[in-house]
Design a protein around this ligand. Structure first.
Ligand code: HEM
Length: 163
């Protein structure tokens, strides 16, 4: 759980994110692909298909905004988290990629919001992003383990039928 100060600051930035969130996420993908071009490979149905990423910048901005307004009532986000986590597992996203996305997201926030992105707000968002990333990492770990269990079961049954 994040600190009360972070909750207050993150909630206070929600209106700015509603207005400028997509500008921030567009900037984030631009900075990320400049520095890590290989990351495009994960975005099969978005950036690999559409130059501007199709609906992806808008979806990411929407999920960050939803997080900002629900940061103290995360239960309400369970269904959304589940959907995104499954999408990530389908795309083979790994835990190590979260800090990379996080760094570029914070950098983009700073570039777009300029003086509005005070050091206090940036520190709050760093803590908040890490907490959200941990939620996804944990759930995706479970989903990957479920896949492993299914794979092992399927291999065992194949062996059973082959003998
Ligand atoms: C807290 C961090 C993150 C949030 C809030 C987030 C949010 C989202 C959302 C809302 C979608 C769209 C889901 C849908 O279409 O239903 C999505 C898809 C996706 N995300 Fe994330 N994401 C995060 C971190 C990451 C990381 C670390 C990666 C690693 C590269 C990643 C890669 C992807 C990919 C590959 C897709 C599918 C895009 C495609 O099909 O082209 N995301 N994410």
């Amino acid at each position: 759980m994040v600190s009360q100060k972070t909750i207050d600051l993150v909630k206070a930035t929600a209106p700015i994110l509603k207005e400028r969130g997509e500008e921030i996420t567009r900037k984030m993908y631009q900075l990320m692909f400049e520095s890590r071009p290989e990351y495009r490979l994960w975005f099969e149905t978005t950036f690999m298909t559409h130059v501007d990423g199709g609906s992806q910048p808008n979806k990411l901005a929407g999920s960050i905004y939803a997080y900002a307004i629900h940061i103290d009532k995360l239960d309400e986000l369970k269904k959304t988290v589940e959907k995104i986590a499954n999408r990530h597992v389908d795309s083979q996203v790994i835990a190590e990629q979260y800090p990379v996305i996080g760094d570029f997201l914070l950098l983009a926030m700073k570039e777009v919001l300029q003086e509005q992105a005070t050091p206090e707000i940036m520190a709050a968002w760093e803590e908040a992003y890490t907490a959200l990333a941990d939620i996804f990492i944990q759930r995706e770990k479970e989903l990957y383990q479920d896949d492993d269990v299914k794979l092992v079961a399927s291999l065992k049954s194949q062996r059973f039928f082959n003998h």
